[in-house]
Write a protein that binds this ligand. Structure first.
Ligand code: ADP
Ligand code: MG
Length: 236
């Protein structure tokens, strides 16, 4: 359904030198399930998510969506990819901080040209948890509540795939656990999930881990295979 072929992304830094953010990445995503993109800061996670999510274009290479190459995409193909197929949660959530919880949800529904009711079954189990605070401004929410609102807004147009960029960074431990449970529910409802994290301890929650370093994918394994790959015990 979704595949990257030889994707390279080169940025220019402030002094005009090339930065190789993605280095010739080829990978095929499973049609179902949850994939983790695990890597330290600067390893290329956000760039990869942005490129796959259609928010940025590769310098070289292509994305194949349902058998069609991004090289053949018109602007309106990109719009429809972003607006119907993909759901995205940015690292800092990108909510409208001066709008209330309820206004944010309505704003994102309007942005995608849908009615909140259309995705009620997907959004309600998450939104209900923050509904008591529906008149609170998004900027005044805790990290865990922002995360739930961002997830509700990202699901409003019923995307097939959901990309999340470090959604649990800076969020307390209880909210993190609740969040993984919500993602597991979404996965069970058939949404494919690609989520980046710098936390190894969260990795057991996914089906596949893609290890990301210096703009390359070092390996793609199940969590069990990754743990078995460490031949020395962590604690003597
Ligand atoms: P991560 O999300 O894993 O922290 P990023 O994808 O943000 O990694 O960054 C990968 C590399 O690309 C880093 O060296 C970063 O400095 C560089 N980079 C990312 N975005 C830009 C940009 N807009 N301009 C220049 N360099 C960038
Ligand atoms: Mg990042």
């Amino acid at each position: 359904m979704l595949e990257l072929k030889n994707v390279t992304k080169i940025y220019k830094n402030k002094v005009g030198t090339d930065v190789l953010a993605l280095d010739d990445i080829s990978l095929k995503f499973p049609d179902k399930g949850m994939v983790f993109l695990l890597g330290k800061s600067g390893s290329g996670k956000s760039t990869l998510l942005n490129v796959i999510g259609g928010l940025d274009v590769p310098s070289k290479g292509e994305i194949i969506v349902k058998g069609r190459s991004s090289k053949d995409f018109t602007n309106s193909d990109f719009d429809s990819y972003r607006n119907t197929y993909v759901g995205f949660i940015f690292q800092d959530f990108h909510l409208l901080e001066d709008l209330t919880v309820e206004e944010n949800l309505k704003f994102f529904a309007a942005l995608f040209g849908v009615e909140v009711e259309d995705s009620y079954d997907l959004v309600a189990p998450i939104y209900r948890q923050i509904e008591p605070f529906k008149n609170r401004r998004a900027g005044k929410l805790s990290g865990g509540m922002k995360q739930k609102l961002a997830l509700s807004c990202a699901l409003i147009h019923r995307p097939s795939v959901l990309f999340l960029d470090e959604p649990t960074t800076g969020v307390d431990a209880v909210s993190r656990t609740e969040f993984w449970d919500m993602l597991a529910d979404l996965k069970a409802k058939g949404i494919t999930i690609l989520v980046s994290t710098p936390y190894m301890d969260e990795a057991s929650r996914c089906d596949r881990i893609a290890l990301c370093n210096d703009g390359r994918i070092l390996s793609i394994d199940t969590p069990t295979e990754i743990v078995q790959g460490f031949d020395a015990p962590l604690y003597a």
